[in-house]
Ligand binder design. Sequence first.
Ligand code: FCB
Length: 452
Amino acid sequence: MTDPTHCFPEGFIWGAATSAYQVEGSPVADGKGPSIWDTFTRVPGTIEDGSSGDIACDHYRRWDDDVDLMVEIGLDAYRFSVSWPRVLPNGIGAINHRGLDFYDRLVDRLLEHDIEPFVTLYHWDLPQALQDRGGWPERHTAAAFADYARVVAERLGDRVTNWITVNEPWVAAKRGYLLGDKAPGHHDPVEAVLASHHLLLGHGLAIRAIRDVSPRGRVGIALNLTPVVAASGDPGDIDAARRFDGDVNRWYLDPLHGRGYPVDVLADLESDGEIVDRAYLESSDDHDVIAGPTDFLGVNYYERTIVRRASNEVSPEVAISPDAAITEMGWEVYPSGLTDLLVHLADEYRPRSILVTENGCSYGDGPDQDGKVHDRRRIDFLKSHLAAASGAIAAGVPLHGYFVWSLMDNFEWARGYRQRFGLIWIDFETQERILKDSAFWYRDVIAVNGVQ
Ligand code: FCB
């Protein structure tokens, strides 16, 4: 083999990611309680193809075979999430040990094969019992999350080193409580702001719980981050871009790095009537917790965002450059945005370490007559993004790992099963799995620690 063009530092972590609700299925097995996604998917019209995660990839039963596929690809690491209502069916109180047993077995099997588990504690499947008590807009949910984190760390912390507290708090707060296209499907701006605060607080409290139980644990959060560009030099577009960046990026990055919430965003939210009690959001005790030291920053990168002033003067609009390549999600393919983002994060916030905890693309390619899945576009996508990641490393960014979203095709939330992000193709009727060409390509990347 020739030397790879983009070589990665020794020890670079090559992984792939999934989340519980998107792959596991078995929504009531072994004493699991309902989550807000079990409820939300039952509301007519919420999911494009009318589906749910009831079966998904049936990973709860096929996990062992799925680990074999990870071995075939040669993964160093597997990022998965624990389903909170499997562990605590009511969100708090009685522990369901059978639910924990599942993750216990999975972790053991991964370690047998030298695959490092990266455990996400919250990937959006809040126990319905907690939503019935108000969900993330209520402070007690943050405390409940920390108690749940402690329970999981007590069981797995002797073997799991890497923990991701919350996945994409912006999505959980904004899409769940304001835009309503994700569970629990609310449309309430005040709730959304409170939810974001309690997700961050929950993250901080969970860090303390994990470190308490498992001092050698390495802990971080995974944020959806996007470089934001104004559509033009028009002051309205520039201001819309500032707002968008504030809402999605800085609202999370600033408090996590000890700066509190950005004052311009607080002012916007206040003037829009989305904040009821500003002093509550600015409590220095809460901010001390939120800014608790982490070991890495998880970056989920999919695209940049071009923003222009809203035609209705309410919320900024997202534009796509007319000549851009887009994936089947309608997301722009923009690899250099990953370099820009990583360099910016390293300069501005100086995290100890960065991991790309998600990056990937939706293309529907399925098996050809030869039974193989020739997903050339995914290979091109991943290749260009790895080149961008390597560019960031060359510029001095402490990037130590990269996880493809996703290990396998799965339930893509409100988009159902029509969007396929996997390295592994799944026939959702038969549950047959086929490694796509991209999986074999990724295997070669991992083998030489670089891109040819
Ligand atoms: C991210 C989510 C992940 C998946 C990808 C496509 O926002 O974290 O679960 O849906 O997008």
